[in-house]
Each structure stands twice: as structure tokens, then as C-alpha cells.
Write a protein that binds this ligand. Structure first.
Ligand SMILES: N[C@@H](CCC(=O)N[C@@H](CS)C(=O)NCC(=O)O)C(=O)O
Length: 287
């Protein structure tokens, strides 16, 4: 679990905070995952919104809390936790009811959540190419210099390499955008994993036999973002499509993924334009 060490945290005021504080952003998929988890648990928290569109995550204040500059992050009774899946696992132990990581399935859940996390930059690539319009602004060399040099640069007291991965992503994005090759490779990874999930759902309602779990929440969020990108889930993976439709109706979920009407209209119009121009995800990735 990634609970930060004292020396990792430069924004010292948070060490005195009591209760649960959540740093998140409305359109951040990992933040949506955490908010749904908390809604299902019925846990209240103090909300701190960090605007990713204006790079608020690269301000001293936030990099002093999460040296990786990523959302979500939580402060719980003065401890800082980062990495969404580690946060969920930690919060499951603090708020055990209703259970979302079944007893005995901890290792399996951890492995499958890691698989999900490993695809995060692929999800980001498809979001940037097919969902956002105008495309997500690149981060400038100055922004990236701030990213590389602000905050402690450590996680658990060790020099952290994760910011370097982020900087590579943003440099490549500024240089080339999201190319067809990158989009195709990302879509192929999702096609593979969704086929496996689809087979699992052939004879059970949720991804684990014990009922709704963090795995459903995590993969639902990916499925939601990919739907916005124009990935044809129901056509390619009918069981997953039916599961998605059921999950989408749950009020705790619907609330956290609902888009402000102008944003929804924009996303819908972008998809329609991509189809008209023959540059939609299905066409580019040959799905
Ligand atoms: N492995 C991380 C990934 C977190 C991540 O990449 N979050 C995105 C939002 S979904 C972010 O903060 N992006 C920073 C940016 O866009 O500058 C986690 O699970 O928490």
C-alpha cells in the first residue's frame, strides 16, 4: 500500500487534518472509481477538487501532497495515501461494510487491479485521441520542468521513478499527439482483456462470484471511458455490454459518471464527427 512517509510530504499542513479528505477531479477516471467506492460504502468525505485542465496538479501545494502529481490522493487522519487501487484497498480495511473485496480473494483482486492500473496510460491515450475535443492541451516544457523538480520526488523515502513515466508520456504527446499506432495498440489491449471479462460474465452477474466488488467498479470505469471514446462494447462483448448496462443504472454509479449536459453534447458531437470523417476508434483500430 502506498502510504507516504513523512519526508515525502512537503505540504505539511495536511499532517494535522482529521477525517477523510479526497483530492479528485470530475473527469478523472481513477477519481470516479474512488468516488463510486465511497458512495457504495456510504462514506462522507471532505472534497478537494484539483483541476487537471489547468494543471492544478502541478502546483507546489498538490505536488507537496502527492509527489507523483496524480489524482486521486487521500488524507486520512493526517496520513497521505496515493495510487487509487492502494487507496481502495486501504479504505476497505477502514470501512469494511459493505464488503467490496471479498474475504479470501485479496490476492486475486490485487493482481486484477494491477492489470487494470497497467492499462491506465492506454486509457489516457484513447481518451485524449477520441473523447476530448479540442484535444487535451499538452503540458509545456516549463510545466514538465516544474513536474520534475517540485515536491519531494520521493515515495516512501525512495527516489520515485513514476514522475519520469508521466513526463515521457507528456513529451511524446506534445511531439506526436496520439498516433494511429498507439491508438491501435491500446485498443487491442482492451479488446483482449474485455474478451476475458466477457467470458467470465457468461454465467455470473459480476466479475467475482461473491457479488459486486472493486473489480466491477474499476473495470466499469474503464468501460465507461471507452464507451465515450466510441469502443463498441455491446457489439464485441455482449455479456460485458449487459453487465455495463446494469451497473450504469446503479444510482451511486450514475451520479459519479454523469457529465454536465454541454460536455456530454460536445463528446457526442465529437464521436459523430469522427465517424463522419472515418477517423473514429472503430475505424482506426479496425474493431
Ligand atoms: N496509477 C495511478 C494513476 C493516476 C492517474 O494517472 N490519474 C490521472 C487522472 S485519471 C492524473 O492525475 N493525471 C494527471 C494529469 O492529467 O496531469 C492511480 O491509480 O492513482
Amino acid at each position: 500500500m502506498v502510504k507516504l512517509a513523512d519526508e515525502d510530504i512537503k505540504t505539511r499542513e495536511v499532517l494535522d487534518w482529521k477525517g477523510l479528505h479526497v483530492f479528485h477531479f470530475i473527469f478523472s477516471s481513477c477519481s470516479q472509481k474512488l468516488r463510486i467506492f465511497l458512495a457504495l460504502k456510504g462514506v462522507d468525505y471532505e472534497s478537494h477538487e484539483i483541476d487537471l485542465m489547468t494543471n492544478e496538479n502541478l502546483k507546489d501545494y498538490f505536488l507537496g501532497i502527492n509527489p507523483r502529481g496524480l489524482l486521486p490522493a487521500i488524507v486520512h487522519d493526517g496520513d497521505v495515501h496515493i495510487e487509487s487501487n492502494d487507496i481502495l484497498t486501504y479504505l476497505e480495511s477502514v470501512y469494511p461494510e459493505p464488503r467490496l473485496i471479498p474475504e479470501g480473494a485479496e490476492d486475486k483482486v490485487a493482481a486484477l487491479l494491477k492489470h487494470e492500473d497497467d492499462l491506465h496510460l492506454d486509457l489516457r491515450a484513447l481518451s485524449f485521441r477520441f473523447v476530448f475535443n479540442p484535444p487535451h492541451d499538452p503540458k509545456s516544457p516549463e510545466d514538465l520542468e516544474i513536474y520534475a523538480t517540485t515536491g519531494s520526488g520521493t515515495v516512501n523515502g525512495q527516489k520515485d521513478e513514476r514522475v519520469g513515466v508521466e513526463i515521457d508520456f507528456w513529451e511524446t504527446y506534445a511531439d506526436r499527439g496520439i498516433t494511429d499506432d498507439v491508438a491501435q495498440a491500446a485498443a487491442e489491449k482492451f479488446r483482449k482483456v474485455f474478451s476475458v471479462l466477457d467470458a467470465t460474465l457468461a454465467d455470473q452477474d459480476y466479475l467475482l462470484t461473491d457479488g459486486l466488488s472493486v473489480l466491477d467498479i474499476a473495470w466499469f470505469i474503464y468501460a465507461n471511458r471507452l464507451t465515450l471514446a466510441g469502443y463498441p462494447i455491446a457489439r464485441l462483448h455482449p455479456n460485458l455490454g449487459a453487465w455495463y448496462a446494469r451497473m450504469e443504472e446503479m444510482p451511486e454509479i450514475a451520479r459519479e459518471i454523469s457529465l454536465p449536459p454541454p460536455v456530454k453534447e460536445k463528446f457526442d458531437a465529437t464521436r459523430a464527427q469522427h465517424v463522419a470523417d472515418g477517423v473514429n476508434l472503430e475505424a482506426v483500430a479496425g474493431l
